[in-house]
Design a protein around this ligand. Structure first.
Ligand SMILES: Nc1ncnc2c1ncn2[C@@H]1O[C@H](COP(=O)(O)OP(=O)(O)OP(=O)(O)O)[C@@H](O)[C@H]1O
Ligand SMILES: [Mg+2]
Length: 879
């Protein structure tokens, strides 16, 4: 992605022809060295120098040059002005910034060089225009403040004015950032930072996607704009000096690129606090919450199935609940209560969702209003939305309860504003101010008079055609208009001799001549004058109206917030009803009991009824650790993930895929997936896995939930086993973290731990052997698995017969060699007590012929079947 420093680029000081235009370009470019400069020339936006080379490459435009004859021609490429936003959008998605340099005066009226200046700067993290944003996702700008005491972070969603603050010690900084999806990172200029802070900052940002900008240090140090602009909400956050510095940096940057006082009405909150369930980026990846694994499809994610929200703000709100689930009983109780009400009120839910379709994004609209960027169409949408709100809210208010409380806000609307918008705006206002025609007739006397004047003049001109045809006898005479000559009378060459003396020639075409008359010119200046004044008056009225609406931004934000919350809650009710989910009972206990738990995604991908539900029974005091064994493909990973997803859903306020669920609230959720399930990640997968495991051992608490999927597998067998063994013991130890844990493993030796660790229980996934094959039952049962069936699974996968047969031989040898002493020596301590049950574990498996012989009933088998059996044995083992 683009790494840029806000300093004058070499481009601008380079030599070359010094035409006044290029001088002007250079002056402007120096101020926007970090952006591609779109420079308006006539009907085109042009890029020059390095911008042109880069822009042409990124956008697939033709690279030309401005002064081809010159020894040093200036590279140039351009795009039609009306396609600007399409190209800006593409560059933003590539992480680039774009500065728009427009003509500040009418080129026709201008004397000499047209005045130009930058009117807008687009950057990936600061855009507010709806066409550049995804409706259902936030677009974050993250501003970092590296200090000796730790890291300050200010996360800004410019399009909705949401601001989230955080600060932490350096040791926790990587974790803080790892879960964030950020479009643009901002950090102080490296040159001005102490070297160690600079290095820390760089290390943090390494591997983070999103574009980066380094900004002057001064912005961080000036707290005055922050203190003057921020409301009570922000000051209630307490003492967070590092985050505050980051916020000051954010304001300085946004003020600059947005060219206005940014974040005038911010919604400030803390990014993390003790009342949320935390999980890191690795866990989100393993569980495929928002993103599928590489090569997977969106339908593999939880979000794909959960997000049935009707509006963009509703989807964003729901997403934030899943990103930061709650760990607070009271707050969850309130959310559950609202979801419950929506479930009961199924009819109201349906009509609420129906009426909400196509509803404008009021959160983003409020931000554009606050920035002075709202368009006439925005105000029209606001008017229509305000008008619709009472009818949407009324049935909800009538039902009472939690839902009624937020609906009351909608019902109240903004009575001080709505009638004015209705009186002032035409039914369908245009998308931009330029076009005019925004103000409704009857709203402003002055405007109406100008409108009248312009219209009557135009009517006079339209009637002129008929009059002049009659006067001159030229039936083909036409009245026309163009931008250079204004109104004219056009006469074809054949009739030129009939032209009266008062006609003045203006323009000669191939087949015709164009004339004006003094009367026409007088009318024209009257019309054009009136039109210009009308436009100006409309703009004036519009700006007044917009400023007036902007005074109600905080009120509008509250309404928008309530509506987003209602949409998100109704969505949770909708998924619960649609997927047959159940309300979980949540408390502060250490229990985790889920009856008939299903995987919310896998269940949807399988044919109806094929997913096998399973029981989950954990508690911190008696059954803290479940050790899950069983064959490959048995369903271990699926089980682990469904437990994690049920907890996550429950604490987001959702219902869960089960028949009953009791969940003692979880403070942190850890999932680790062994090397075998990882795709190439650049660095040693075992190293990553161990680092992640170390994090768990360091950070887990008795309220955490830890799900380990085959850790220790990416190294030599005995090292892996020994590590897994020690990790399990540590998680169990009374002096250790003691989180609720499920550990899926192929190390059967670990199942012996049940003998020594009282809070550990063995469970396994069941399979049935069927002749040579296996039937996966996907059912979890008590006790350890008896064997691993890896070779069976390999056979199912199509490994050739002779290889399978040889593998069985090798397995038998290995298993007989694998002595207890050997294992103990590798683990560095005696790990196995010899008793009969243990010994059986290490005994060689019986040969398949022996097994089949045991099962065959000679009374029932036909001679032909017996013969077939012998032929098969001969084929596989007899050669
Ligand atoms: N409860 C279930 N009901 C129906 N199908 C299931 C169930 N659990 C798992 N499956 C199916 O079985 C397949 C394998 O499951 P999973 O990956 O969880 O096995 P595993 O035991 O982790 O295997 P391995 O040891 O190779 O990692 C899944 O892709 C899924 O389609
Ligand atoms: Mg697995």
């Amino acid at each position: 992605m683009s790494d840029t420093v806000l300093r004058p680029a070499a481009t601008a000081s380079r030599g070359g022809p010094r035409s006044p235009l290029m001088e002007q370009y250079r002056r402007i470019k120096v101020e926007h060295a970090d952006a591609l400069l779109f420079f308006r020339l006539g009907d085109f936006y042009e890029m020059f120098f390095e911008d042109a080379t880069l822009g042409a490459r990124l956008l697939g435009l033709t690279l030309t040059s401005r002064n081809k004859q010159d020894p040093e021609p200036i590279p140039m490429c351009g795009l039609p002005w009306h396609q600007r936003d399409v190209y800006v959008g593409r560059l933003l998605r590539m992480g680039r910034k774009v500065a728009i340099c427009d003509q500040l005066e009418d080129p026709i009226a201008a004397k000499g060089l047209v005045q130009r200046g930058v009117t807008e700067v687009f950057t990936p993290g600061s855009v507010v225009g709806e066409s550049f944003l995804e409706p259902a996702t936030n677009n974050f700008l993250a501003v970092l403040w590296p200090a000796a005491a730790g890291l300050g972070l200010c996360l800004v969603e410019a399009s909705t004015s949401e601001v989230r603050l955080a600060e932490c010690a350096w040791a926790d900084a990587a974790e803080l950032l790892s879960g964030l999806t950020v479009a643009e990172w901002i950090a102080p200029e490296p040159a001005r930072l102490p070297e160690d802070l600079c290095a820390r900052c760089e290390a943090l940002l390494e591997g983070c996607s999103g574009s980066r900008t380094f900004v002057p240090l001064e912005g961080y140090l000036d707290l005055a704009p922050l203190l003057s602009r921020w409301n009570e909400g922000a000051s209630a956050l307490g003492d967070v000096p590092l985050a505050q510095a980051a916020a000051a940096g954010a304001l300085a940057y946004l003020d600059r690129v947005q060219g206005a006082a940014a974040l005038a009405s911010p919604l400030v909150s803390r990014l993390v606090d003790e009342r949320t369930l935390r999980y890191d980026a690795a866990t989100a990846r393993h569980l495929e919450i928002f993103q599928p694994q590489p090569g997977g499809e969106p339908a593999h994610t939880l979000w794909h199935h959960l997000n049935l929200a009707v509006t963009g703000p509703g989807a964003r709100r729901l997403r934030s609940w899943v990103e930061r689930p709650l760990a607070d009983e009271t707050a969850l109780g309130k959310r559950q209560q609202a979801v419950q009400e929506w479930i009961t009120a199924a009819v109201e839910r349906g009509s609420f969702r129906d009426t909400l379709r196509g509803f404008p994004d009021l959160e983003r609209l409020a931000s554009r209003l606050a920035l002075g960027r709202a368009t006439p169409r925005d105000l029209g949408a606001l008017r229509d939305a305000l008008q619709r709100l009472p009818a949407i809210a009324e049935p909800l208010v009538r039902r009472g309860g939690e839902v009624a409380a937020s609906s009351a806000l909608l019902q109240a609307g903004i009575p001080e504003l709505e009638p004015t918008l209705r009186a002032a705006l035409v039914d369908e206002p245009p998308p931009t101010v330029r076009e005019g025609g925004m103000v409704r007739a009857g709203f402003d006397e002055h405007r109406d008079r100008l409108d009248q004047l312009a219209h009557s003049g135009k009517r006079w001109i339209a009637e002129l055609e008929a009059e002049e045809r009659e006067r001159t006898g030229i039936a083909s005479l036409k009245v026309g208009y163009n931008r250079v000559f204004g109104y004219y009378l056009e006469v074809t060459r054949a009739h030129l001799e009939k032209v009266p003396a008062d006609y003045e020639r203006r323009q000669t075409l191939t087949g015709a001549e164009r004339f004006v008359t003094p009367g026409l010119k007088a009318k024209e200046s009257e019309v054009l004058g009136a039109e210009r004044k009308l436009e100006a008056r409309e703009q004036e009225l519009f700006v007044e109206l917009r400023d007036r609406a902007a005074r109600h931004v905080p009120q509008l934000q509250r309404i928008a917030g309530a509506l987003a919350g209602l949409d998100a809650e109704a969505t949770l009710a909708e998924t619960a009803a649609r997927y047959d989910w159940v309300r979980p009972a949540l408390d502060g206990s250490d229990r985790l009991r889920i009856a008939d738990a299903r995987h919310p995604v896998v269940e949807r991908l399988l044919p109806r009824g094929e997913f096998v539900p399973n029981q989950v029974e954990l508690d911190g005091t008696r059954r803290q650790i479940l050790l899950l064994t069983g064959p490959n493909m048995g369903g271990k990973s699926t089980y682990l993930r469904q437990v994690a997803l049920c907890v996550l859903l429950a604490q987001a306020g959702s219902w869960v895929p089960a028949t009953t669920a009791e969940i003692g609230l979880v403070d942190r959720l850890f999932t680790r997936v062994g090397a075998s399930d990882r795709l190439g990640a650049g660095q040693s997968t075992f190293m990553v896995e161990m680092r992640e495991t170390a994090d768990i051992l360091r950070a887990a608490t008795p309220r955490s939930l830890v799900l380990l999927d085959e850790i220790g597998r990416g190294t030599a067998t005995y090292d892996g086993l020994a590590l897994a063994w020690a990790v399990t013991e540590h998680l169990h130890a009374s002096s250790g973290p003691r989180p609720r844990t499920i550990f899926a493993t192929h190390y059967h030796e670990l199942t012996q731990l049940a003998e020594t660790l009282p809070r550990l229980a063995n469970v396994h996934v069941m399979v049935k052997e069927w002749g040579d094959g296996l039937v996966f039952l996907h059912r979890i049962a008590e006790g350890a698995a008896d064997r691993s069936y890896g070779i069976h699974v390999a056979q199912l996968a199509g490994i050739p017969g002779p290889v399978i047969a040889r593998a069985r031989e090798v397995l038998r040898e290995l298993e007989s060699e694998r002595t207890v002493e050997h294992l103990s020596a590798r683990a560095g301590r005696p790990i196995v007590r010899r008793d009969d049950r243990q010994q059986a574990l290490f005994d060689a498996a019986p040969h398949p012929i022996e097994e089949t012989l045991r099962e065959v009933d000679p009374e029932r088998i036909t001679p032909l079947e017996a013969l077939e059996l012998v032929v098969e044995w001969k084929r596989r083992w007899g050669a």
